[in-house]
Design a protein around this ligand. Structure first.
Ligand SMILES: C[S@@+](CC[C@H](N)C(=O)[O-])C[C@H]1O[C@@H](n2cnc3c(N)ncnc32)[C@H](O)[C@@H]1O
Length: 316
């Protein structure tokens, strides 16, 4: 048996490895090394699959936000290895996109060039490039690499008509404070759309899907704060944030604990009954082992493993 398999079998050994890995990530960040494999989404996709992914993410943002197109200034947090979604946002009519990332995802420049060229041709977007289609030639795009969302919105002084993220908020070390800053940064009439994946991102693969929620708060902080592993901010915290934010909006459920299939984002009551029952069973099986803070949560809240948060600022 390999050492990796042996470590993965034990939750304690897995945590010990993540402790070491978090220390390593902290050292890399301190040395200014922003490279990460997180967000290398297009690495193993062919051009058709890449375009389908980009179209899906863009289409989801519009659908969740109830918009036909984006306008004005848009922030995309954690774009990962491609600005193709940003390109589609610009193509739809936005004036400027700010891409904000704590790290710089590993990318294949040639594969990305192919994606930009294909989009430029398919959607007639050559005007959005300053020369041949490539990452560096996209007009009206600013890449804020090395800037965590937790500091960017507080410090930039910029105003946005839309703030978007997908599979990012769960990696923030302080997502609720960052949301406060984003709310401040929204222009009147502006909208936020965050699709948030609350699963453990494979940290405890082979164990119960909610094993991450059994770790003490201190241990969890030590193994996640620098490496960007999932923060355990769950549905009740986002709900309370939205209620206290003064913004209009809502939360839809996009994933259920222990259920492999994604859910079409909808309120809990509207989801498939057997899928909900499966998720509730999943929660009940681990309830006695839950760490403080999660014990008091309702089964229905712990059963939500992914959500879409929408928040809108009024026009005046
Ligand atoms: C899982 S990837 C998602 C990539 C892309 N949005 C997608 O859906 O394919 C997470 C991204 O969030 C970025 N990220 C993690 N923590 C962040 C933070 N605190 N502030 C800004 N970006 C962050 C990562 O570097 C990475 O690009």
């Amino acid at each position: 048996m390999s050492l990796r398999v042996l470590i993965k079998r034990s939750v304690a050994l897995t945590c010990a490895y993540y402790l070491f890995d978090d220390w390593r990530a902290r050292r890399r960040l301190a040395a200014g090394d922003l490279a990460t494999g997180s967000g290398a989404r297009h690495e193993n996709l062919d051009i058709d699959a890449s375009l389908a992914y980009v179209d899906r993410v863009y289409g989801d943002y519009l659908a969740y936000g109830g918009l036909e197109r984006f306008t004005g200034s848009v922030a995309e947090i954690g774009p990962g290895d491609s600005f193709a979604v940003a390109l589609r946002i610009l193509g739809g009519g936005a004036e400027h996109v700010h891409a904000i990332d704590r790290w710089v995802s590993r990318r294949d420049a040639e594969a990305q060039r192919r994606i930009y060229s294909a989009l430029a041709e398919r959607d007639d977007l050559a005007r959005l490039f300053d020369g041949a289609p490539a990452e560096k030639t996209i007009r009206n795009l600013t890449y804020h690499a090395g800037q965590p969302a937790e500091t960017f919105f507080r410090e930039s002084g910029l105003r946005f008509d839309a703030i978007l993220s997908r599979a990012v908020m769960e990696h923030l070390y302080d997502p609720l404070a960052a949301l406060d800053d984003m709310a401040e940064s929204l222009a009147p009439g502006g909208v936020m759309v965050h699709r948030i994946d609350l699963r453990d991102h494979g940290m405890f693969a082979g164990h119960h899907p909610l094993t991450l929620l059994t770790l003490s708060g201190g241990l969890h902080w030590r193994i996640t704060r620098s490496a960007g592993r999932p923060n355990r901010v769950l549905l009740p915290a986002y709900r309370a944030w939205l209620e206290g934010s003064g913004l209009a909006g809502g939360i839809a459920v996009s994933r259920l604990a222990g259920v492999a299939a994604e859910q079409n984002p909808a309120p809990w009551e509207a989801l498939d009954e057997s899928a909900r029952a499966q998720a509730l069973d999943c929660v009940r099986a681990i309830r006695p082992r839950l760490a403080e803070g999660f014990k008091a949560m309702r089964d229905e809240d712990l059963a939500v493993a992914g959500l879409v948060l929408i928040a809108r600022k009024s026009h005046h």
